[in-house]
Design a protein around this ligand. Structure first.
Ligand SMILES: O=C(O)CCC(=O)C(=O)O
Length: 272
């Protein structure tokens, strides 16, 4: 724990090897597969698909069901994540313990928890250099957050792993510009440090925690399969979210009754 917290504070991130149990991962994957199966049925009902590709692997099925309409292929799932199988990862005891040390006793799941199917050779899934705080507002450097990123497949340079600039979380919120699909850090701030980038090549079951101020990006996927991953953030719940939505409380001494305590309750709630 101590080394993890030290890395998080000093470098802006820490890799947690093998932190997610097989059961937790299976539950998440089960829900992702169910989501894809529902989309396949929906596409058939809309007359956009004749074969649901029910025997296709997790790593390709989502591409196949949008084969004739690649622009309609979803690149992120958020409201869809209120399903029982996601609770185990969002409320993972070790992640919450770390969040407790870093953020204090009041912890919310910030309202942008996501599953990303990073599609092969698709600009819509190539996330450019940014700070999460760059997407919120200039005041976002006050937000006390612990970001979590966890892959559902092994990730590497080829299929689009994350890249981080160590220690960049110490530089405050820097200017971002709008590119085609994403914001990106202004060249004046990223070019001088881009050579320091480290690749986060990790396995399913691993996770990386990082600061919401860290410069990071998701590389393009140069393979034929989908790079499935989860990303979510814990925030000190005593602070405002600086968004219209409030997220969900996962730990609290002040209002323990308001904490989401189990998978069934999680599945009954909505994205907010
Ligand atoms: O998954 C990716 O490629 C990018 C994700 C990201 O930028 C984030 O979690 O903040």
């Amino acid at each position: 724990m101590e080394a993890v917290i030290r890395n998080f504070n000093e470098n802006g991130f820490a890799i947690l090897r093998g932190i997610l149990e097989q059961e937790t991962l299976d539950a998440v994957k089960y829900e992702c597969e169910a989501l894809v199966a529902e989309l396949a049925l929906q596409r058939c009902a809309e007359g956009k698909l004749t074969d649901t590709y029910s025997d296709s692997p997790f790593e390709t099925r989502l591409i196949q069901i949008y084969e004739n309409y690649p622009d309609e292929n979803p690149t992120i799932f958020r409201p869809e994540l209120h399903r029982a199988g996601f609770f185990g990862v969002f409320a993972h005891p070790i992640l919450l313990e770390l969040a407790g040390i870093i953020l204090g006793p009041e912890i919310r799941l910030y309202p942008n928890y996501s599953v990303r199917p990073k599609l092969p050779a698709n600009k819509r899934t190539e996330v450019l250099w940014h700070q999460d705080a760059g997407y919120t507002s200039k005041e976002a450097d006050i937000l006390r957050m612990m970001n979590v990123w966890a892959p559902l497949v092994p990730v590497n340079f080829e299929n689009g792993c994350m890249e981080f600039i160590p220690q960049s979380h110490k530089w405050g919120v820097v200017p971002h510009e709008k590119d085609e699909y994403y914001l990106r850090i202004h060249d004046d701030y990223i070019k001088p440090v881009e050579g320091d980038a480290v690749r986060i090549e990790i396995e399913s079951g691993d996770a990386v925690i990082f600061s919401n101020l860290l410069f990071h990006r998701g590389l393009p996927n140069r393979t034929e399969h989908i790079r499935w991953s989860l990303d979510f953030r814990y925030q000190d719940a005593r602070q405002p979210t600086l968004r219209t939505s409030q997220g969900h409380l996962l730990s609290s001494q002040r209002t323990p009754d308001a904490v989401v305590k189990d998978a069934k309750t999680w599945a009954e709630l909505e994205f907010s």
